[in-house]
Design a protein. Structure first.
Length: 454
């Protein structure tokens, strides 16, 4: 199949890399590509922030491979191609009374990409990762064989592929169990916390909520360090809706999308402008309650096309970490103090509680607290990120690979102690290290095993 060479980036627009791109329309065409190429990676909608979905050797675009194949309304299990998007699932199945069991902060991701990153959402403390709802998938491996994977069949490959960042093969088809709901609305409580300690204390009430997240002011300091707005909710039931919502409970109102037409100038985001935004956001969200549609609750930024252009042509990184419960307060304080002192502007910052880890060797979450913040790119940003990494390691935390663009191999290996298990399985299904990404090359994932297998 013919390929086209063009520049690609992640959602953070950093780094930018020329990649050969294939756009198959059938699973059989994917097999032909795998048979003929030496370096490949499946690429969904490109919403990984850094270089996880880049590969100069070749990316296999999943845009034409998103069909729904079968749905069982009794079990809620959807059988679909790996390129099926969360947006299409919501559009099709919310009116039928089903919602995604776990969703990240954007619906513009594919099922295959969600499994490869083992995405989490606002309900991790209750429901865990998306992998908890994956029944099985068919994986196209380096030999050209399609391997059926589940918790009972090829279970080791199943676990390695979940959170494996696309490095075991291409997820061709998958079965995902959806969540039954009675409305397309969320019953939300807003609660302000004047500092980090107050926010962490309020998170102890999370058992009352299926969904829990906090916006956090990363420029606040002193007694206001970590001031936050907690945003927590549950799926709304019929008697919580007003008359208009009750008339069509599974059809939220349509909205006109806004757009960022061009990249902002680099000076637009600065400590003063972001500090003003943060103060306004905190003031605009007093304690209270509201019923909101699911788009407003889960995907506020999806309503703005190309919102990543706010960070200018240089782009940005999203830095997301998790600290274990026993060190999370100290780790978060040190990290927030470092960011606040640097004056690096981040108005998109999120704090959440994680529940227990799963058994996938490269899956990101474990029990603790996670912080995600966007940082505009500058020439000294990679060095600054390494300083943050040292804080994370000191407190036994780790960085999320789906958002990483700067992590060093030694830091990565210290953060993911089960890497050897993953590399052993990858070496069996991909002995020549055919499935690669710019992230895997930077972190040297699979290099030692593949060299020994050759």
């Amino acid at each position: 199949m013919n390929s086209v060479s063009k520049p690609f980036a992640g959602w953070g627009n950093y780094p930018l890399e020329g990649c050969r791109a294939f756009r198959p329309e059938k699973a059989s065409a994917q097999k032909e590509i795998v048979a003929s190429e030496n370096s490949l990676l499946a690429r969904g909608l490109g919403r990984a922030y850094g270089d996880a979905a880049l590969n100069s050797g070749g990316v296999v675009l999943q845009e034409k491979l998103g069909r729904f194949l079968e749905f069982d309304p009794n079990s809620g299990v959807l059988f679909c191609e790996g390129g099926a998007t969360f947006a299409d699932i919501l559009q099709t199945f919310v009116p039928r009374g089903f919602f995604l069991p776990v969703t990240p902060g954007t619906k513009f991701v594919t099922v295959g990409g969600a499994i490869a990153c083992d995405v989490h959402g606002k309900n991790h403390h209750r429901d865990g990762n998306i992998s908890n709802f994956v029944e099985s998938f068919d994986l196209l491996v380096a030999s050209g064989e399609i391997v059926h994977c589940s918790r009972e069949e090829n279970a080791d490959v199943f676990r390695a592929t979940i959170g494996g960042m696309g490095l075991t093969g291409i997820i061709v088809r998958a079965k995902l169990r959806l969540l039954p709901v009675v409305s397309a609305f969320i019953s939300v409580d807003y609660q302000r916390a004047p500092n980090l300690d107050a926010a962490l204390e309020k998170f102890s009430d999370d058992d009352d909520y299926q969904y829990s997240v906090a916006w956090i002011d990363c420029l606040a300091s002193g007694n206001s360090l970590g001031r936050s707005v907690l945003i927590r909710g549950n799926h709304a039931v019929a008697d919580e809706l007003d008359d208009a919502e009750r008339y069509a409970p599974l059809r939220p109102p349509s909205k006109k999308k806004k757009s960022v037409p061009f990249p902002f100038p680099d000076f637009a985001l600065n400590p003063l402008s972001v500090k003003a935004f943060n103060a306004a956001y905190y003031a605009a969200h007093p304690d209270g309650h509201a019923i909101v549609d699911y788009d407003s609750f889960f995907y506020p930024l999806d309503g703005i096309n190309n919102w990543n252009r706010i960070y200018g042509k240089r782009g940005f990184i999203q830095y997301q970490v998790v600290f274990p419960l026993e060190t999370s307060r100290a780790g978060l304080i040190q990290l927030l103090e470092k960011v606040a002192a640097s004056g690096r502007a981040s108005f998109l910052a999120v704090l959440k509680t994680f529940g227990p880890a799963n058994d996938s060797p490269l899956s990101f979450p474990f029990a603790g607290h996670t912080l995600a913040l966007d940082i505009p790119f500058s020439e000294d940003l990679p060095a600054f990120a390494r300083e943050l990494d040292e804080i994370v390691l000191k407190h036994n935390g780790r960085v999320y690979l789906a958002k990483d663009a700067t992590l060093a191999p030694d830091h990565f290996r210290a953060m993911y102690p089960r890497l050897a298990q993953f590399e052993e399985i990858k070496a069996r299904v991909d002995p020549d290290n055919k499935f690669q990404s710019s992230l895997s090359k930077r972190l040297r994932i699979g290099e030692t095993k593949s060299e020994g297998a050759q």
